[in-house]
Design a protein around this ligand. Structure first.
Ligand SMILES: [Cu+2]
Length: 515
């Protein structure tokens, strides 16, 4: 604790961000522009805490977080306003701190700051944060967030779980997000380093392990688009956590991880002292490993400072979502039959050639945040904007959402619900329904033609909650709706800060070049 305290004090006066900066529950998260070249190609990016991978935000189950987002963005060729969403955190009673622009708040203008003050009362696991304004996080504003559990039921399975065991995967673009339409990424970054096809043999991320030690790795897909097939040569992985929910142990040799999903897995350093390839093959962009693309290095202490020579092998134990079983309180709410809930909703998805629609409406941001519409006087859910994209959900009710994505353009689409986790009673690639012990998570792959991915949850969290495709280019093209949960109670349960009240007047007064 002494060293931690010293580094915290030191960070108050140090202006150069550390490569291993950790923000523990309380402090400033500075959003700034800087030129970076994580794959050898230099571009100006939007950074959280100064790194291509944002500062690691940590805390313990039960902690209150007070993160002051300081907007120092100056580059008007990109968005200068910002917001931060804490992905997977329920925000019970603090819907105003969830982050999505024009759903939960107005954007934070440049040269301003905004305090996100929320308590993580009963969640632990692997999370992340990112801008939730247009496609800003594709320009860089994304980082990991870990909520440690002092009473982790799996504590006996591992020896190491710290800032060195977070593995972040992301797509990287050489052009600025606002100039791109349904682009393919230029590179894959693993822990903020990578190479692009045709580029130089730049440094790759190295994860160091000690022979005989067991690690809890926390794998996070921070991508704007691709899913990755992740593996580590010569090693199996025992999955124990899915999107912040403990699951029964499942041994796999590869993990297809969709945008915004997370897994914790145990890796035992039980192979000979050597270097091994870590692989993350993307679904879009340049596939494969030629020249060290889509790769990082697992290095045993004592091994040579060189690249691995291990060959790629075919996976024989790929992760299958239907094999994941929640460790605590498994089972979906409602009756064990299709539609056996209080409120069932089918989402018919379509693509017009330029925009996505859900039940015939393409989501476009309202000018007044959905939460503010009620707090400032709108009286019924029916009047909430944008028209056709807001669905009122009754409180204390069982909900079923079916998503027959049917090979919709750009599939497979990973759908994310804010404010909840859900039980996936029908997974992609499966025609059977599991109401007994289905995977519980907050981002689900909705699959291909013939799939009808179906999720269930219970309404116990008042506020407007976004449901959207987590391919950010698709969200921007309208693949989203808003659940207005328990609207009647927003005025009594939601008490935003004065600073929150000030966000919209400040933002609305900005000139075009300040947006
Ligand atoms: Cu999508």
């Amino acid at each position: 604790m002494g060293f931690q305290s010293f580094t915290s004090l030191f960070s108050l006066v140090a202006l150069v961000p550390s490569a291993f900066a950790v923000l523990e529950t309380t402090g400033d998260l500075v959003i700034s522009n800087a030129a970076v070249s994580p794959d050898g190609f230099s571009r100006t990016a939007v950074l959280a805490g100064g790194g291509v991978v944002g500062e690691l935000v940590t805390g313990n189950k039960g902690d209150n977080f007070q993160i002051n987002v300081v907007n120092e963005l100056t580059d008007d060729t990109m968005l200068r306003s910002t917001t931060v969403h804490w992905h997977g955190i329920f925000q019970e009673g603090t819907n105003w701190a969830d982050g999505p622009a024009f759903i939960n708040q107005c954007p934070i203008a440049a040269n301003n700051s905004f305090l996100y003050d929320f308590t993580v009362s009963d969640q632990a696991g692997t999370f992340w944060y990112h801008s939730h304004l247009a496609t800003q996080y594709c320009d860089g504003l994304r980082g990991p967030m870990v909520i440690y559990d002092p009473d982790d039921p799996y504590a006996d399975l591992y020896d190491v779980d710290d800032d060195t065991t977070v593995i972040s995967l992301m797509d990287w673009y050489h052009a600025k997000a606002e100039t791109l339409t349904f682009p393919a990424p230029d590179a894959t970054l693993i822990n903020g380093l990578g190479r692009y096809s045709g580029g130089n043999a730049t440094d790759l991320a190295v994860i160091t392990v000690t022979s005989g030690t067991r690690y809890r790795f926390r794998l996070i897909n921070l991508a704007c688009d691709p899913n990755f097939v992740f593996s580590i040569d010569n090693h199996t992985m025992t999955v124990i956590e899915v999107d912040g929910v403990n699951h029964e142990q499942l041994v796999v040799d590869s993990i297809q991880i969709f945008a915004a999903q997370r897994y914790s897995f145990i890796l035992e350093a039980n192979q000979s002292v050597d270097n091994y390839w870590i692989r993350a093959d993307p679904s879009t962009g340049t596939a494969g490993y030629t020249g060290g693309i889509n790769s990082a290095i697992l290095r045993y202490s004592g091994a040579a400072d060189s690249e691995p020579g291990t060959p790629a092998v075919t996976s024989v134990l790929a992760l299958n979502e239907t094999q994941l079983v929640p460790l605590e309180n498994p089972g979906a709410p409602g009756e064990p039959e299709v539609g056996g809930v209080d409120y069932a909703l089918n989402l018919a998805l379509a693509f017009t050639g330029t925009a996505f629609t859900i039940n015939s409406y393409s989501f476009t941001s309202p000018t007044v945040p959905v939460l503010l519409q009620i707090l400032s006087g709108a009286e019924t859910a029916d009047s909430l904007l944008p028209t056709g994209s807001v669905y009122a959900l009754p409180t204390n009710s069982t909900i079923e959402i079916s998503i027959p994505s049917g090979g919709l353009a750009g599939f497979p689409h990973p759908f994310h619900l804010h404010g909840h986790v859900f039980d996936v009673v029908r997974s992609a690639g499966s025609t059977t329904y599991n109401y007994v012990n289905p995977v519980r998570r907050d981002v689900v792959n909705t699959g291909a033609a013939g799939d009808n991915v179906t999720i269930r949850f219970t309404t116990d969290n008042a506020g407007p909650w976004f449901l959207h495709c987590h391919i950010d280019w698709h969200l921007e093209a309208g693949l989203a709706i808003v659940f207005a949960e328990d609207v009647a109670d927003w005025n009594t349960t939601q008490t935003p800060s004065t600073a929150w009240d000030d966000l919209c007047p400040i933002y609305d007064a900005l000139s075009a070049d300040q947006l």
